[in-house]
Design a binder for this molecule. Structure first.
Ligand SMILES: [Zn+2]
Ligand SMILES: [Zn+2]
Ligand SMILES: [Zn+2]
Ligand SMILES: [Zn+2]
Ligand SMILES: [Zn+2]
Length: 480
């Protein structure tokens, strides 16, 4: 464990991860019941479980405020209202309205795990009845519940598709509940010659991890939890590489000596988390002498504490020994503004590629405060500069593309929207079950586009190439 942006060694401070709620596991340590046994339930709300009195006591100060609101005065549970709703859209609406009601009752926003109590409750998957005393529970994932055998059978095929992923989601959360924020070491390989990417991110990382070991027993595989955390990090640089191989822009990526990538709509705790991961892209490109990663977005520092400045500065020294020896220039630039503001400002540098990860452009279009609309034409303003877009789900990517096409009618598709072989494999439970999927993944779908150079573009400022030392973090206004 180490601070955000550190090289992943040295084991400094552990970053706490906000707790998640899994209906079949101890809320504190995420232990599941022993075979044939059970966990104890909160006697009042009956929605939250613990492995021991000690963990129940430990959680009570946090749980008690919401616990009392989860059971009505007549003794019935809030979950009783949903029984009988079969239709999935109606069920989703019902839980959303429960969430709103609870928020009003408490007079505050719900915490993440409290929302999850309402969106992933221990009710029958089929009829949504809440029968805590006699319900059946999937003994593999502990995330699916049934009122009786008939409903368990009815849901068996559907659940089979997700059981393993739900189990992995819980295993990853258990790891972080016990150890703090996962900070998997980034693999040290540096390529001497340019190689095409393997088929997908899992085969790539598994073979690299196994290659590091001295002896590998027949049939060995890598812990899926480690792979999940690694892919969640490395999916960002590897998706850029994958997209540039498919849609190279002005020059083949393997021949490039310098590369400037604009990461738009960036958030520190996502795109910049464990910032050394971006070297993983550098290490695949033997001819590269200089890379400039410009992270741009008004929400760049969202969720970051005041100590973030220090944590970010740490990463200024994370260029690996090999990159130092090769005198590679690795520049991370942070610009906490909208992309159009950045493009019109004096710090703009011409990109070789623009990328927006899991941007949810369409979600902003439905809000009053749309920080994307004015930026959209700038994403594709230069011919031969590819725009890489990723999304959690197929539907989200399609909706994002619809918004982009409204703003920029003349788009060329360089890589049609499809499943991204370099997406994360760490499952995230989906509250909306979009596309009938129980989980989604970061960067699960990808597309690459290009403008035809005729789109709106108020003139770019001439690039201000400040003279930079080999390794810098450039801070915009916030840190002076
Ligand atoms: Zn426990
Ligand atoms: Zn309770
Ligand atoms: Zn049922
Ligand atoms: Zn299961
Ligand atoms: Zn390096």
């Amino acid at each position: 464990m180490s601070t955000v942006g550190s090289a992943g060694e040295g084991g400094q401070q552990v970053l706490d991860v906000p707790p998640h709620y899994f209906p079949g596991a101890c809320f504190v340590c995420k232990a599941t019941p022993p075979a044939g046994g059970s966990l104890s339930r909160c006697a009042n709300c009956r929605m939250i479980k613990y492995c021991s009195k000690e963990h129940q006591k430990m959680d009570w100060p946090v749980h008690k405020t919401i616990c009392k609101k989860l059971r009505n005065d007549d003794g019935s549970s809030v979950l009783a209202d949903g029984a009988g709703i079969i239709d999935s859209a109606a069920w989703l609406r019902h839980r959303a309205s429960q969430t709103l009601a609870l928020r009003l009752m408490l007079g505050r926003e719900l915490r993440q795990h409290e929302k999850e109590m309402l969106f992933f409750p221990p009710v029958c998957e089929v009829c949504h009845k809440f029968r805590p005393a006699e319900q059946l529970e999937c003994e593999r994932c502990h995330s699916a519940f049934y009122c009786d055998q008939i409903h368990a059978k009815q849901d068996a095929d559907r659940h089979e598709r997700w059981c393993e992923q739900l189990r992995l989601a819980l295993a990853c959360d258990r790891y972080e509940a016990l150890n703090g924020l996962a900070d998997p070491p980034i693999l040290p390989d540096v390529d001497e010659t340019f190689q095409d990417l393997p088929e997908d991110i899992v085969s790539m990382l598994s073979s690299q991890i196994l290659a590091e070991k001295e002896s590998v027993p027949e049939g060995a595989y890598v812990d899926p939890v480690l792979i999940a955390f690694l892919t969640e990090r490395l999916s960002f640089p590897l998706t850029v590489l994958y997209a540039l191989l498919k849609a190279p822009g002005e020059r083949p990526v393997g021949e490039r000596e310098s590369l400037t990538v604009h990461v738009v709509g960036a958030q520190m705790l996502v795109e910049c988390l464990g910032i050394i991961k971006w070297e993983y892209l550098v290490h695949r490109l033997p001819r590269l002498r200089a890379i400039r990663l410009v992270f741009v977005g008004p929400e760049l520092f969202r969720g970051c504490g005041d100590d973030m400045a220090g944590a970010v500065e740490d990463s200024g020294a994370t260029r690996c020994a090999d990159c130092s020896r090769r005198q590679r220039s690795v520049v991370h630039e942070l610009r906490p503004v909208t992309y159009h503001e950045y493009c019109r400002g004096q710090h703009w540098t011409r990109p070789d590629a623009v990328v927006a990860f899991n941007s949810g452009i369409h979600e902003f279009a439905e809000r009053d405060e749309d920080t994307w609309r004015e930026s959209l034409p700038f994403l594709v303003r230069h011919e031969r500069v590819p725009l890489i877009l990723t999304a959690y789900t197929r539907t989200e990517l399609r909706k994002d593309l619809d918004e982009l096409e409204k703003a920029v009618p003349s788009l060329n598709v360089l890589l049609p929207a499809a499943k991204n072989p370099f997406g994360s494999t760490k499952p995230v439970r989906d509250m909306c079950r979009e596309d009938d999927c129980d989980v989604f993944f970061l960067n699960q779908f990808v597309t690459v586009l290009e403008g035809d150079g005729t789109g709106d573009a108020s003139p770019c400022r001439s690039p201000a190439r400040d003279a930079l030392p080999q390794m810098v973090m450039v801070f915009a206004s916030r840190f002076g």
